[in-house]
Design a protein around this ligand. Structure first.
Ligand code: 5GP
Ligand code: ZN
Length: 119
């Protein structure tokens, strides 16, 4: 069923606690944790607790849950004090765009200058 935990999904295992993570924020519907391979001083992943393969699937199934993820991304940026200088929210979608974990997640990147367009 859409949104149900997937046995082979790394981020579902982070939600359940089976795989440890440095969690910075948690709500009823979301978890935010530091990326294991940070690309910027602030690099946090915000995920819905429910499993959707990417941001588009999440948006189609539950716009409210996608909004929860975006609201939490802003809270993370504020807590890490990168909101004043600016930060980037990225949803890599599909392997050609660099998506490696197929559980929807927002990257929150900040704390350094960010190039545009991204590579
Ligand atoms: P994607 O490439 O799918 O957009 O993003 C997946 C992200 O998950 C990558 O930035 C990668 O560094 C991060 N990642 C992969 N495995 C783990 C893990 O076990 N723990 C944490 N905290 N991050 C992970
Ligand atoms: Zn999952």
């Amino acid at each position: 069923m859409a949104g149900e935990p997937q046995a082979d999904c790394l981020f579902c295992k982070i939600v359940s606690g089976e795989v440890p993570a440095t969690v910075v924020r948690e709500t009823e519907t979301t978890v935010a944790f530091r990326d294991i391979n940070p690309q910027a001083p602030t690099h946090v992943l915000v995920i819905p607790k429910a499993h959707y393969k990417d941001a588009a699937a999440l948006a189609a199934a539950s716009p409210e849950l996608l909004a929860d993820v975006l609201r939490e991304a802003a809270e993370v940026a504020a807590e890490d004090k990168v909101d004043a200088t600016g930060y980037r929210i990225v949803f890599n979608t599909g392997s050609g765009a660099g998506q490696t974990v197929f559980h929807a997640h927002a990257h929150v990147l900040g704390g350094r200058g960010l190039q545009w367009p991204p590579g």
